[in-house]
Design a protein around this ligand. Structure first.
Ligand code: WTA
Length: 629
């Protein structure tokens, strides 16, 4: 057997063409004077009015960036391209799962966004108000997001796989008056019924005044007179005509909310801004994925999650890039769908998740082998740790040993990449390598002392950056408690991941250290799944844990105590799993569900999930001194 190389070195031609040619010195400079670094990066964007101050750290941890500046992310993502050759360049290439295609130049994109922005304005959408969007992966999803931003409204995109209850909860929390949805979409050859789900959610949401529906599948749907409007009707009305002016915003004004799961309670809405977020996503994308004018970039995430917001929509558009958007499943109708699309569109950069790679890997390398993948130059991974086996398969069979893999570590909270290789970085399969410029990170113990090399500890971010979420909507105290309390003395951001740093200074993310579970890269909270279970009349108590899963990374395992008069049965087990699917969405369905008579608890009544996990894995249960009995 050949010995494993310590590093996978990028090829000389990759290094030669890289935007960033040097890491160590630039990194040192960026952290010794982050304001200079972020000031310089902001200079790559256009502003209506430049900032008075790059960074305002006065009101810790509510940091502000580019204070005094006037901008709108649309000014950079669309408007400025209309004055250059980019105007006629493709912004989006879209393919539906059934194979239908649509393409939009920056000029077309401006037209579409302007039309819909005019419609929203005439419906009475005001600057600063929150519009909820619940859609399949179709171009109108992007138009809707951008139209909101253009008129200074705040978008809150809810992932199209969530249930009506989850959607209703988010509409209510945001107090949205307007919902934008579609009749459905295509996934694995089936149609999803988004409009019925939206209708059910609207019944529970008294704040809703109007709903715009895009016709995608053409299925019969219920439209309520006076509340429901078809998108295609509205954008043909005279009110949609004429260029809609982009509203001048403060740099710190809210661009969007994105709900994400935490260790406790309901999902929280993280707040991102026009100014700092725009600088952060475009800088990270330009330097890490090295986008050249002739490139075709494919981030195969759902625009409904942070990865899609940052690296399908805002980052690429600010850079004037050409982006691929695909509606459906990677293995429909066959497991070569992606490889076929890479060949047909001559994609240069593919950015996806370990779970997608592992899922496609199962079908073997004959599927990619049949396709010409020679256009690929760079690959990327995000969402969970990529196991070395999947890394090597991706590297060898998709990148054909030629394309370095950018394993980017970040979170909804950070807005963009925090730990990531650059195309020039020697790679170690499974390590996200080193911090991006302007970010100081560390692996520490409970007290904040540096962990020894290779020792597991808690990941912290020591410096604020312009892309970081500013707060949690309506609950600044929760923002402090969740992220800034644990290392308050040091002023560090508590990530919630455990990690190690090796002798070469490379970071290895181990996984979540709190009660957040990453299932197929989707972020869910044990507390949410438990409360979904307990909402069923047969259930008295529930606990959920994550156990390793070959494709999904992690899977949810549930332990349920039934009410006194209920008897365990296989039927009830299936029924309860479906119940979770109905309350939260199919991704949250537990893999297994075990009926138990009791749960391990501390004397103060907290469920000891770590004990359940150790038992399930047949491992040592550790310190049981706080166990109740
Ligand atoms: C995990 C997704 C290892 C991590 C952008 C983090 C990763 C959580 C990686 C955030 C990676 C993301 N390697 N783990 N490259 N990227 N994670 O908010 O646990 O959906 O805390 O953002 O995903 O998930 P979120």
């Amino acid at each position: 057997m050949t010995k494993e190389p310590k590093f996978y070195h990028p090829l000389p031609e990759v290094i030669q063409n890289a935007t960033v040619q040097e890491y160590d010195k630039t990194y040192q400079k960026s952290i010794s004077n982050p304001e200079a670094f972020w000031g310089e990066q902001a200079g790559n964007l256009d502003w209506y009015k430049k900032w008075d101050q790059v960074f305002d750290g006065g009101d810790k941890p509510f940091f502000k960036w580019y204070t005094g500046a006037k901008t709108n992310i649309i000014h950079n993502a669309i408007d400025r391209h209309l004055k250059t050759a980019n105007r006629n360049k493709l912004a989006f290439m879209w393919e539906g799962e059934p194979g239908d295609k649509r393409q939009f130049s920056y000029h077309d994109l401006d037209n579409e966004v302007s039309k819909f922005a005019n419609v929203l304005k005439s419906m009475g959408v005001k600057q600063g108000e929150i519009v909820t969007i619940y859609m399949p992966q179709i171009p109108e999803l992007v138009f809707a997001m951008l139209a909101c931003a253009k008129i200074g409204a705040v978008h809150s995109v809810v992932y199209g796989g969530f249930s009506s209850e989850a959607l209703a909860g988010r509409i209510q929390d945001a107090n949205s008056r307007f919902l934008i949805t579609a009749d459905g979409g295509y996934r694995r050859g089936k149609k999803t019924d988004l409009k019925s789900i939206s209708n059910a959610a609207m019944l529970e949401s008294p704040s809703i005044e109007a709903c715009v529906t895009v016709k995608r599948t053409g299925d019969d749907v219920h439209m309520q007179e006076g509340r429901d409007f078809w998108y295609h009707d509205l954008v043909c009305l005279p009110i949609s005509r004429g260029q809609c002016e982009t509203v001048e915003m403060d740099s710190e004004d809210t661009l969007f909310l994105l709900y994400t799961s935490g260790s406790t309670g309901k999902p929280k809405a993280l707040v991102h801004t026009h100014g700092g977020y725009g600088v952060y996503v475009s800088t990270t994308l330009r330097m890490v994925f090295d986008i050249k004018p002739q490139d075709r970039f494919w981030c195969a995430a759902d625009p409904g999650w942070i990865t899609g917001h940052s690296y399908i929509v805002y980052g690429p558009l600010i850079l004037g890039a050409t982006v691929m958007l695909y509606e459906g499943a990677p293995n429909f109708p066959f497991p070569n769908r992606w490889w076929d699309m890479i060949e047909r569109y001559k994609i240069n950069i593919l950015y996806t998740s370990p779970t997608a790679i592992r899922g496609l890997m199962r079908f073997g390398e004959n599927w990619p082998k049949k396709h010409d993948l020679s256009s690929l130059r760079l690959l990327g991974s995000v969402g969970e740790p990529i196991n070395p086996e999947a890394w090597k398969w991706y590297f060898e069979h998709i990148g054909q040993g030629r394309c370095p893999i950018m394993d980017t570590w970040w979170q909804t909270e950070t807005g963009g990449f925090v730990i990531t290789p650059l195309p020039i970085t020697p790679l170690k399969p499974g390590s996200a390598s080193k911090p991006f410029f302007g970010n100081e990170v560390g692996v520490v113990d409970e007290e904040g002392n540096d962990s020894k090399p290779n020792e597991e500890g808690s990941l912290v971010i020591k410096t604020p950056s312009p892309g970081m979420a500013r707060t949690i909507l309506g609950d600044p105290e929760r923002y402090i408690q969740t992220y800034w309390k644990k290392y308050e003395k040091q002023g560090w951001y508590h990530v919630g991941d455990s990690a190690r740093k090796d002798d070469d200074g490379y970071y290895w993310i181990i996984g979540r250290s709190d009660d957040v579970i990453k299932v197929s890269g989707y972020r869910l909270g044990t507390a949410e799944v438990e409360s979904a279970l307990v909402s069923h009349p047969s259930v008295s108590e529930a606990a959920t844990i994550a156990l390793p899963h070959e494709v999904k990374g992690n899977a949810i395992h549930a332990y349920v105590i039934l009410r006194a008069n209920e008897k365990p049965s296989e039927e009830l087990e299936v029924h309860l799993k479906d119940h979770v699917g109905k309350v939260m969405g199919p991704i949250a369905k537990p893999e297994t569900l075990t009926f138990v008579d009791g749960l391990p608890k501390t004397r103060s009544g907290k469920i000891m999930r770590r004990v359940l996990k150790a038992r399930a894995l047949g491992q040592d249960e550790g310190d049981l001194s706080t166990l109740e009995d």
